[in-house]
Ligand binder design. Structure first.
Ligand code: NCD
Length: 340
């Protein structure tokens, strides 16, 4: 795809070459994300970070990514704090906001809303999650982390086997990730969920038509055998028609150290888009795995900054300028070491 000046709304926009391009730019961002170098390439640019659903890492890492490129961030975090609460349409909000910004990141509870907003925007819009539909930047950072983990095991993403566990019906991160995985060769997917929370049929069908192997499990222990990666997800309680219904699925699938040790191959990577639900009734990914060397969840969150910097640099057409506007930051790195 042509990145410059375009919206990032769905992973359907990408082919394999586009994904590799994003990853190459993300690699280039590492010294800036680690604050070893500083770049001012986006000095004077403004990003509007509009999050109309709860978020910690996605919102903060998009903001950090833009700051690390030298730009400024304006935050709107609740519908009730915006004019949408006064009945303003997405169209009007988009027209207004795009007059004040160079790029907009938006999260919204309704599927398709970010695309509707983007349609009226005069500047590029990046989808930070639209209801149960898609979460493109999450899928990119997940795949980037998988690639790193596999490289460390002398593998690449082709012939990867992965168990996707939990609420596969409402999990937008899983939806986007499955579509991206479909760009690689001979992937084997284990969909492990309660029967009512299976992956949408169109996503599974596309994978099968693409020559990938899809297996469905309704039991955790059976589904996690013989895979390279476990990708655990939270029950998306906020998407269920009622809390009673959501409660039925709470705590059904819980991965912990003893289940992992008994049923998984050694070195199986453990991932989760986070947040994990650590309340005692849920715990889909138990804290007793925190010291497991294959737990990659905080590598995922760190990689979120790199991938989001790459998206901004590509969309705003500054990839080739980043290093020209940079300098080393030695004093600050020394300070960070004292703190760690
Ligand atoms: C995910 C999301 O918002 O879809 N979180 C995130 O952005 N890292 C997953 C979730 O909320 O369970």
């Amino acid at each position: 795809m042509e990145f410059v000046g375009n919206h990032i709304l769905s992973v359907d926009q990408f082919d394999r070459q586009d994904v590799e391009r994003i990853f190459a730019v993300a690699d280039q961002m590492e010294p800036y994300a680690l604050r070893r170098r500083i770049t001012r390439v986006l000095e004077g640019a403004i990003m509007s970070n509009m999050f109309f659903e709860p978020s910690t890492r996605t919102r903060v890492s998009f903001g950090s990514a833009f700051n690390l490129l030298g730009g400024e961030v304006r935050e709107t975090t609740e519908v009730k704090a915006s004019a949408l609460a006064k009945g303003e349409s997405l169209y009007d909000t988009a027209r207004v906001l795009s007059g004040y910004s160079d790029v907009i990141v938006m999260r919204h509870p309704e599927a398709g809303s970010v695309a509707e907003f983007a349609h009226a925007s005069r500047v590029p819009v990046i989808n930070g999650g639209d209801g149960p539909n898609e979460h493109p930047s999450q899928a990119l950072l997940d795949l980037y982390t998988m690639r790193q983990e596999m490289n460390g095991r002398d593998r690449n993403l082709d012939r990867l086997s992965i168990a996707l566990i939990g609420d596969l019906k409402y999990g937008r991160a899983v939806h986007s990730l499955c579509k991206l995985l479909g760009l690689y060769e001979n992937i084997r997917l284990h969909f492990v969920s309660p029967p009512e929370l299976e992956i949408p049929a169109d996503i599974a069908d596309d994978l099968v038509h693409g020559g990938h192997e899809v297996r469905t499990f309704h039991n955790l222990e059976e589904g996690i055998h013989d895979v390279d990666i476990l990708y655990v997800t939270r029950t998306q309680e906020e998407r269920f028609p009622s809390q009673d219904e959501a409660d039925r699925y709470r705590g059904l699938f819980r991965l912990n150290e003893s289940i992992y040790t008994e049923h998984c191959e050694p070195n199986t990577v453990i991932m989760h888009p986070l947040p994990r639900d650590s309340r005692s009734q849920a715990q889909e990914l138990d804290d007793d795995l925190n010291q497991n060397p294959n737990l990659a969840i905080f590598k995922q969150t760190d990689n979120g900054v790199l991938v989001r910097m790459a998206l901004f640099a590509l969309v705003l057409d500054v990839v080739d300028e980043v290093d020209n506007h940079s300098q080393p930051v030695t004093w600050f790195t020394a300070k960070r070491h004292q703190l760690s």
